[in-house]
Write a protein that binds this ligand. Structure first.
Ligand code: SF4
Ligand code: SF4
Length: 395
């Protein structure tokens, strides 16, 4: 971390950050313990933050270690890896009305857009993988000739207060996912308005935008010392080395080429329940379907957008026939799109290494190990090809 850009916000001034945000017109949304997991929720009080909470994650496993109020003491607020919720539902809700059609007394039909009611919102505690995923969602929803107005309205209302990740889970692999706009690793380098690094007695804080600078200028800050920066850098190095899994490559196109009928897909499908949990928790998955919800008298109809999943057979319907009728085909679609097709579509991988699909898969299917099997097979084929080439050259 570069000391020049940093300030120090003492722990007892964190509440000042929250009140400054409020006074500046933002409503605060922050991670909180809900249903034994950590989710973003409107923040009512400082004590609602998950101070002293840590987590353990494995393949199909998530456990939260909560501390009672009296035990929290000076414990960190952000000492956990991401729970199931990313920024996605804040921008692209699981279900929303896009427009409405009404029959008028004249017999004509009137169409009206339904735009979301948004207010300036400060999202506190965003990890780098979720900022990287936000960049992917921005590319999809806004990087076209006709940007999505519903997404754009919500996106413009956000002030992002990120936090360097010092407690990755056993399923995190963000360090190995670097591609174009996708900043990998536990340290937040771009895409934020304010960024925090939590130390034992406070936070290193820096601004990344004019909006962030405006908030920063109202806080009681002190000078950052070299010791603080060393402490932060050492925590970030530990967070990097704590990541035990690594994606074999950031671009799987060469490894998936010609592998549409490979036996690996069938082997995964024997376990996969096609439940779609992986796509629901994935911060970059954006598949949806649209439905009409008519009133009983058919005078009014709401046109809704709902999250969908490539694991639903209906999602692949063409002329009434599902083109991906088997789980084999659906899992193949998910992994091939995420790790390979995304490159053709958006110029980078669709995976930011958050590990959520591994944690929340009820049967513990691991995208890192499953994709590595294709990379390994390709490497073995190349090795045996070069061995046979050497032999034939010798002959
Ligand atoms: S594919 Fe899995 S690890 Fe990658 S971004 Fe989605 S949920 Fe996270
Ligand atoms: S990979 Fe796991 S989470 Fe995804 S659909 Fe299959 S069983 Fe469900």
């Amino acid at each position: 971390m570069k000391q020049a850009a940093l300030h120090f916000l003492a722990s007892n001034q964190f509440e000042q950050l929250l009140s400054t945000l409020k006074q500046s017109g933002y409503h605060n949304v922050a991670p909180q313990v809900v249903d034994d997991t950590i989710l973003y929720r409107p923040l009512k009080s400082l004590t609602d933050l998950p101070q002293g909470t840590s987590d353990q994650q494995g393949e199909g496993r998530y456990t939260l270690n909560k501390k009672g109020v009296e035990e929290r003491g000076a414990q960190h607020i952000f000492s956990w890896a991401n729970g199931p919720q990313a920024l996605k539902p804040l921008l692209f809700p699981p279900q929303e009305s896009l427009w409405r059609a009404e029959k008028e007394s004249s017999g004509k039909t009137k169409f009206m857009s339904i735009m979301p009611e948004v207010s300036p919102t400060a999202v506190i505690g965003v990890k780098n993988c979720d900022l990287a995923a936000l960049q992917l969602l921005d590319n999809h929803f806004l990087g076209t000739d006709s940007p999505d107005p519903w997404y754009r309205q919500r996106r413009e209302s956000l002030l992002l207060i990120s936090v360097n990740c010092t407690h990755p889970s056993d399923n995190c692999f963000c360090v190995s996912t670097h591609s174009n706009s996708n900043q990998s690793g536990p340290e937040v380098l771009s895409g934020y308005d304010l960024n925090l690094h939590e130390l034992d007695d406070g936070f290193l804080i820096q601004s990344g935008s004019e909006k962030g600078e405006e908030i920063l200028s109202q806080l009681t800050l002190t000078v950052v010392t070299e010791v603080m920066v060393e402490e932060a850098n050492s925590a970030l190095e530990s967070a990097v080395s704590a990541q035990k899994q690594q994606l074999a490559t950031t671009d799987f196109r060469p490894f998936f080429k010609g592998k549409e009928e490979a036996p690996q897909w069938q082997q995964i499908a024997e376990h996969c329940l096609a439940c779609g949990n992986c796509t629901a928790v994935c911060p970059s998955c954006f598949c949806h379907r649209e439905e009409e919800i008519p009133s009983l008298d058919l005078a009014v109809s709401n046109h809704q957008r709902l999250w969908d999943s490539c694991f639903n057979s209906e999602h692949s319907m063409l002329h009434g026939i599902p083109v991906r009728s088997e789980t084999t085909h659906r899992y193949r679609q998910w992994m091939m799109h995420k790790l390979a097709g995304w490159h053709d579509q958006f110029g980078e991988s669709g995976c930011v290494g958050c590990g959520r699909c591994i944690t929340w898969c009820p049967v513990g299917i691991n995208i890192v190990t499953e994709s590595a099997r294709f990379a390994e097979e390709e490497k073995q084929t190349e090795a045996s090809y070069s061995r046979s080439t050497v032999k034939s050259n010798k002959a």
